[in-house]
Write a protein that binds this ligand. Structure first.
Ligand SMILES: Cc1cc2nc3c(=O)[nH]c(=O)nc-3n(C[C@H](O)[C@H](O)[C@H](O)COP(=O)(O)OP(=O)(O)OC[C@H]3O[C@@H](n4cnc5c(N)ncnc54)[C@H](O)[C@@H]3O)c2cc1C
Length: 538
């Protein structure tokens, strides 16, 4: 959708430019307008709608696999007893929240960010956006990528031998055809992750038969769809208090189960298998199909709300095959063990293609930023990249928990810079920090993304905790001057203004413009210099 008033000659300026109007972009906008009310911001969104993942994915049965009290916004309690919610309910909740807080007025739809360059002299980002029919340019003091973590254009499909021989239809869940009719069809779903496990119980009602074909098993656990405690709390307590208590209950429960699984993997494995076997009945062997070679939480656990997957298998409406694909045939798939699975439709629930910052090319003073060489600061900024943050959620808990802490930290950072008249901040890597992989999951999509994922360090603030309580302390309680974060009071902003044409915004943009900072000297400060000064004063 072309943005009204967009023009190739216009360059618009905001204090903070948010990229993406999914859960994390709406959360970031809320935090900015409440905690930094004097900052102007806009959200540029490539698509024509709010919701991100929850608007894009439309396959049957699409739902959350974490509870909505933690996946939802902390400032807008999830008001339903159903805590494992379907995609439509989540999409509507995000859209309603954006509209309730007036955030939707600040979104420029149909704006895909393709490049962003930081100019040190101007202390400012220049961001290039493509719309349906033109290119627009924005400048901003702070760039905040809430663009998710995967490529929206296509999902991941491995190269299957002789796939071209298959006479039926191939479908990827990322682009589910709205008119796909599976009545009377034999469907094979390739995959063992959350998407396959969500799809299968939803397809059995329609298709003649559904086969789940997995190369290797995943851990699947039954979780109740309804949070009974949340319902009771809501009936006796004010809405916000009940929402907050439910949220904390679920934060601690998920942290407890995660820690238990990591510390006692054998016990956790046998418990998961025991419950799976109980629900599958005697005819399907849990050990063959639900006992992965990896330990619990080496990859994300999959959820079967109310045991729906196990029920579909037990009733014979779906079957499960754990085997390798030898080749496709005109009528289906032949496995390595020689079995042939007949198929009219094959669904490749084979995952996502990881993409950072929505595929935008980042550069600092014209030099391309290579994300795989960067160290991640507090799980939200990159070493050597000034005035830039990104929302990247948890892999072992709800995504939004971390994104909201990131948003609050960005606000703290912006407010501190405003108070001191600083115009740039940048985390600076210490040579002593040992780099390691940012995400310690060995899932296929993470492994395939090693060439783009930034690294983490072995200690704070370069450590990615994957732990809400530790991150809460690191973002809300810790000192901003931590030795790694450096601040700059830029050279004259008037230089900046002359390098880009700052035109009137062609739509409403939240907040007041900050007066341009004009400073004669450029200086970087950090805790190191502050600490040295303090020692001298003592
Ligand atoms: C099917 C599925 C189910 C999931 N279920 C869960 C779950 O239950 N619990 C959980 O914690 N996590 C889950 N996740 C992870 C999920 O992505 C997050 O929970 C969350 O929705 C991500 O929100 P986000 O706003 O950070 O990113 P997204 O939802 O991906 O939104 C990013 C937005 O940025 C826009 N954008 C991207 N690139 C650009 C660009 N270059 N220019 C402009 N705009 C751009 C996109 O169009 C999109 O609107 C799931 C993921 C998938 C794919």
């Amino acid at each position: 959708m072309a943005f009204e008033g967009a023009s190739p000659v216009n360059t618009q300026h905001v204090d903070v430019l948010i990229v993406g109007a999914g859960l994390s972009g709406i959360d970031a906008a809320y935090r900015l307008q409440t905690e930094c009310p004097d900052k102007s911001y806009a959200i540029v969104e490539a698509r024509a709608a709010i919701g991100g993942t929850w608007d894009l994915f439309r396959y049957p049965g699409i739902r959350s696999d974490s509870d909505m009290s933690t996946l939802g916004f902390p400032f807008e309690p999830w008001d339903s007893d159903v805590s494992i919610a379907d995609g439509e309910a989540i999409r509507s909740y995000i859209q309603t929240t954006a509209s309730k807080y007036g955030i939707d007025r600040n979104i420029r739809f149909g704006h895909r960010v393709t490049a962003a360059d930081w100019c040190s002299e101007a202390s400012r980002w220049t961001v290039t956006c493509e719309t349906a029919d033109t290119t627009t340019t924005w400048t901003c003091d702070f760039l905040y990528a809430c663009s998710g973590y995967y490529d929206y254009t296509a999902g991941y499909t491995p190269e299957f031998p002789q796939v071209e021989d298959f006479a039926g239809q191939m479908v990827h869940p990322q682009h589910w055809p709205a008119d796909l009719d599976l009545t009377g069809k034999r469907v094979v779903v390739i995959g063992s992750g959350a998407t396959a496990i969500t799809l299968i119980p939803s397809l059995v009602g329609q298709a003649e038969h559904v086969t789940m074909l997995q190369r290797s098993p995943s851990f699947v656990v039954n979780l109740p769809r309804v949070d009974a405690v949340a319902g009771k709390l809501r009936r006796v307590l004010p809405r916000r208090t009940a929402g907050s208590l439910t949220r904390w209950k679920n934060i601690f429960l998920s942290m407890y189960f995660y820690q238990y699984a990591r510390r006692r993997p054998d016990d956790t494995r046998s418990k998961i298998l025991h419950f799976a076997q109980k629900q599958l009945g005697d005819d399907i062997d849990a050990n063959t199909h639900f006992n992965p070679s990896y330990k619990p939480w080496d990859q994300r656990l999959c959820i079967a709300p109310g045991g729906d997957l196990f029920r579909a298998l037990r009733k014979g409406k779906a079957s499960i095959v754990t085997d390798h694909i030898e080749q496709f045939t005109p009528s289906g798939i032949k496995t390595r063990s020689g079995e042939h699975i007949d198929a009219d439709v094959v669904v490749t629930a084979t995952g996502l293609v990881i993409q950072l910052f929505g595929g935008a090319a980042l550069s600092v003073d014209g030099e391309a930023v290579s994300t795989a060489e960067k160290l991640i600061y507090k799980g939200m900024m990159l070493d050597g990249v000034p005035n830039f943050a990104f929302a990247f959620g948890y892999t072992n808990a709800s995504w939004t928990l971390k994104c909201d802490l990131t948003a609050q930290y960005v606000c703290r950072l912006l407010n501190r810079m405003s108070r001191r008249g600083e115009t740039a901040c940048v985390p600076e890597r210490d040579a002593s920090v040992e780099p390691e992989l940012m995400v310690d999951l060995d899932s296929g999509y993470i492994q395939r993304a090693k060439n783009v994922m930034p690294l983490q360090g072995t200690q704070a603030p370069w450590r990615v905790h994957q732990n809400y309580v530790l991150d809460l302390a690191a973002t809300k309680l810790s000192r901003i001057d931590d030795g790694a974060m450096q601040f700059r009071t830029a050279a004259s902003r008037s230089t900046a203004a002359s390098t880009s044409t700052v035109a009137e915004s062609s739509g409403p943009v939240r907040g007041r413009r900050q007066p341009s900072a004009a400073h004669s000297a450029e200086r970087w400060t950090s805790i190191r210099t502050h600490a040295r000064r303090r020692r001298l004063l003592r």
